[in-house]
Design a protein around this ligand. Structure first.
Ligand code: 4NP
Length: 171
């Protein structure tokens, strides 16, 4: 499935990455994607932010295990958790869910079919994954789960940056 067209062709492409709590997976994906976009020379053309479908951690830092894993692999970690608001839909070109529960919650909030088509699974951009590829919730597991999550996010981020590069070179 190709990337949704930008709502505003003269502005930056706007991506929101969404998980449940916005303290583990989606902040990790935001930092990794921003790093890859900067390396690809697309920092000015693509904006990335993140949010949770839940509100329990609003205002909190990233989970310390998420932050230490990112730091270990050379990524930044500054973060303040937020809850996704349906009012953001008109201001985003692509909304990327980490798992199928997050996807279903976002689709339920979406006002119309055009918006629903902009909601995808983040990991669907990784090469060689099957149908409905998820980034599993690492919150109740051990440190190892965070390395698994980082590895999955890195693969999907590279695939997504490839698609964004193609989108911009076609314009
Ligand atoms: P995240 O992980 O969705 O990747 O940020 C979670 C963080 C907190 C909770 C669940 C998942 N929680 O239940 O508090």
């Amino acid at each position: 499935m190709s990337l949704p067209e930008p709502r505003n062709p003269s502005g930056p492409y706007r991506i929101c990455v969404v998980c449940l709590g916005n303290i583990c997976r989606s902040p990790m994906a935001e930092k990794i994607l921003l790093t890859d976009l900067a390396r690809a020379g697309l920092a000015d053309r693509v904006q990335v932010d993140s949010a949770g479908t839940g509100n329990w951690h609003v205002g909190a830092d990233m989970d310390r295990r998420a932050a230490s894993t990112l730091r270990k692999y050379g990524y930044p970690t500054g973060h303040v958790a937020r809850q996704f608001s349906p009012s953001w839909f008109p201001e985003r070109d692509l909304i990327l869910a980490m798992d199928t529960d997050n996807l279903a919650d976002l689709v339920r909030l979406a006002p119309d079919e055009e918006t629903k088509d902009r909601i995808r699974l983040f990991r669907s951009f990784a090469p060689g994954v099957g149908p409905n590829p998820e980034v599993p919730d690492p919150y109740y597991g051990g440190e190892d789960g965070f390395i698994t999550v980082l590895t999955m996010i890195e693969a999907a981020s590279k695939g997504l940056v490839g698609e964004l590069t193609a989108l911009f070179s076609a314009r």
